[in-house]
Write a protein of this length. Structure first.
Length: 194
């Protein structure tokens, strides 16, 4: 899957706690962190797990805390991707509180199709807000999988988002910024194992 970077410049090397200066080494450290977070969170997942802002911040901290000082905290910089500006950093706290009230407080349906539609809307909205300096897409994908697993469903096949589908994924995020979650919901449905 193509990498959806939140950085202002695609080639930017972010300051990190390990002193890494090679993009490949940083990518590996990020990958290992998300893999570790996935294992820990999946093993601790129960039918009573609550998905809250604190949980989301903890996911990010668990995945990237070994690498970035900003892990587990909202970004303090404004960022854009391909000319698309994400919400300004100064509005993130309010945006995330509204996100929690409108989306995370909704009960997760057990029925597969209803759950996929809710997960699609949550995924699109979270990616539009882009609360973190780095790791937004991976955090949102991990959250989506955990929500599905909590309700007894299979994980999404994110690896299906290849270079041909990736522009559709980005366009679905942009549509989510307008409150149109249908493109992301359809994409999420197409990633569910049959």
């Amino acid at each position: 899957m193509a990498k959806y970077r939140a950085s202002a410049h695609e080639s930017e090397i972010l300051p990190n706690l390990l002193g890494l200066t090679d993009a490949t080494a940083i990518g590996l450290a990020e990958f290992e962190g998300f893999l570790r977070a996935d294992i820990v969170l999946t093993e601790s997942l129960t039918s009573t797990t609550k998905f809250t802002l604190k949980y989301l911040l903890d996911v990010h901290l668990l995945a990237l805390g070994h690498l970035y000082a900003f892990a587990g905290r909202y970004r303090e910089v404004n960022i854009s991707k391909g000319g698309f500006a994400f919400p300004a950093a100064r509005f993130l706290r309010a945006s995330m509180q509204q996100f929690e009230q409108e989306w995370l407080h909704k009960p997760l349906p057990v029925e597969q199709n209803k759950l996929l539609y809710l997960v699609g809307a949550i995924h699109g909205e979270l990616l539009f807000i882009h609360p973190f300096r780095e790791g937004n897409g991976r955090t949102a994908r991990l959250l989506a999988n955990l929500m599905l697993e909590r309700q007894g469903h299979k994980r999404l096949r994110w690896e299906m988002i290849d270079e041909a589908i990736f522009p559709r994924y980005v366009a679905a995020v942009q549509q989510s910024s307008l409150g149109n979650y249908a493109p992301m919901q359809m994409l999420i449905r197409s990633l569910y194992p049959r």
